[in-house]
Design a protein around this ligand. Structure first.
Ligand code: 5GP
Ligand code: ZN
Length: 137
């Protein structure tokens, strides 16, 4: 646990939170400044700054928790859709540097999240870029 990290303290129960789910690896809580009421963030109990430093044994257990929590949020809020978001780095909007996954309930026409502009690739560019990314795996 990182003593200077607020999410370490919340995830490990040192700071109380509105918890919706807990197991040995994760705590899921209501976001303090929700996009909509019922907006949940899922925190690993072990500190990791972001996705790149998340241990494999935690990473592989994360998506089943995301799925379970998202289904419960959808039922409870009656939302029309759910966004799963996970920000890495300030450029991507990360403000708390303890990895967390957002589960955001969405309602038709709520317009709360920006959509990105639809770019394009020149001929052959996508294949070339895909090959470069594959080579890094
Ligand atoms: P990020 O921008 O890093 O992806 O998201 C950080 C999120 O954590 C924000 O949505 C913010 O509202 C939430 N947050 C920050 N501090 C606290 C806190 O002390 N308690 C809770 N429940 N949420 C927090
Ligand atoms: Zn932490």
């Amino acid at each position: 646990m990182n003593d200077n990290c607020i999410f370490c303290k919340i995830a490990n129960g040192i700071i109380p939170s509105a918890t919706v789910y807990e197991d040995d690896l994760f705590r899921a809580i209501l976001d303090i400044a929700p996009a909509h009421k019922g907006h949940v963030i899922i925190l690993p109990k072990e500190h990791a700054d972001n996705l790149f430093s998340l241990p494999e044994n935690v990473a592989e257990k994360l998506m089943p928790v995301v799925k379970k929590v998202a289904a419960a949020v959808k039922k409870t809020t009656g939302c029309d859709g759910i966004n799963i978001l996970q920000n890495n780095g300030t450029a991507a909007g990360q403000t708390v540097f303890h990895l967390h996954v957002h589960v955001v309930p969405r309602f038709e026409g709520d317009g709360i999240l920006p959509v990105w502009p639809q770019g394009s690739y020149a001929d052959g560019e996508a294949a070339e870029l895909a090959a470069k990314i594959r080579a890094e795996l």
